[in-house]
Design a protein around this ligand. Structure first.
Ligand SMILES: [Zn+2]
Length: 80
């Protein structure tokens, strides 16, 4: 696993719920691929959950599929 998902909260912070999910690299967990600074304590999810219905940052999404052309979620489906 080379990336993780991190939550962006709305104006009300954590209590207002998660606005969307961004993708960060394992080497820099506080900077999203789109350049956004993520909170040190923002919730994280494994990258396998990207594309499973979470509301994700579009910019992170397009950058992520370039960095990870073979998404973990596709591994089981694709013939090898
Ligand atoms: Zn983003």
């Amino acid at each position: 696993m080379t990336h993780q998902l991190r939550a962006e909260y709305g104006a009300e912070g954590r209590s207002g719920g998660i606005r969307m999910w961004h993708v960060v690299r394992d080497t820099d967990l506080t900077t999203a691929l789109c350049g956004r600074r993520m909170g040190e304590d923002a919730d994280t999810k494994p990258e396998e959950e990207w594309g499973t219905g979470l509301r994700g940052c579009q910019q992170c999404g397009s950058l992520y599929i370039h960095e990870v052309p073979f998404h973990p979620a596709d591994w089981e489906r694709s013939p090898r």
